[in-house]
Design a protein around this ligand. Structure first.
Ligand code: ZN
Length: 168
């Protein structure tokens, strides 16, 4: 089997992230591929759905499980523009996804490798392989552009919100 073209699929995840940005959501996009076929693509819809769990990865995992007809997403690759948060990293472990490819790390609240090492934790029964830094530049630029705009619009953001935005 040919080595999957990680940049190609990350480009599709970026296209999803742009949909979030266009809707005023934190721009994160995810794509799940199985044997070369795209079985899920999703973007962050937390604001639209008023649902704190509506992260791109969570929506994509639900789509993929429906497509496969199993909660075990073996033989899949999950592409996401930003390092998964602890919630999404937990879902990735539960779904047994074997390979996670992300664009830019999240040094303040990353759940995969940066702050919490959920994807490579000795106490957990599944440890996906992780590749980071694929199309890192465009993934970071999209987040930075979003938070720059947000700070312009809401210069007196709450301290909590500020800590979210200053990471990019
Ligand atoms: Zn998440």
């Amino acid at each position: 089997m040919l080595e999957p073209n990680h940049e190609h699929y990350m480009q599709l995840a970026l296209r999803e992230a742009q949909l979030s940005a266009d809707a005023g959501e934190v721009p994160v996009g995810a794509v799940i591929v199985r044997n070369g076929a795209i079985i899920a693509k999703a973007h962050n819809q937390t604001e639209l759905l008023k649902d704190p769990t509506a992260h791109a990865e969570m929506i994509a995992i639900t789509q993929a499980a429906a497509a496969v007809g199993d909660w075990r997403l073996t033989e899949t690759i999950l592409y996401v523009t930003k390092e998964p948060c602890p919630m999404c990293a937990g879902a990735i472990v539960l779904a047994r996804i074997p390979l996670v490819v992300f664009g830019v790390a999240d040094p303040k609240r990353g759940g995969a490798v940066s702050v919490f090492n959920i994807l490579n934790h000795p106490q957990l029964n599944h440890r996906p392989e992780v590749i980071q830094g694929v199309l890192k530049g465009p993934c970071l630029a999209m987040l930075q552009a979003f938070f720059r705009e947000k700070r312009k619009k809401e210069p007196f953001d709450t301290a909590n919100e500020e800590s979210t935005s200053t990471q990019f």
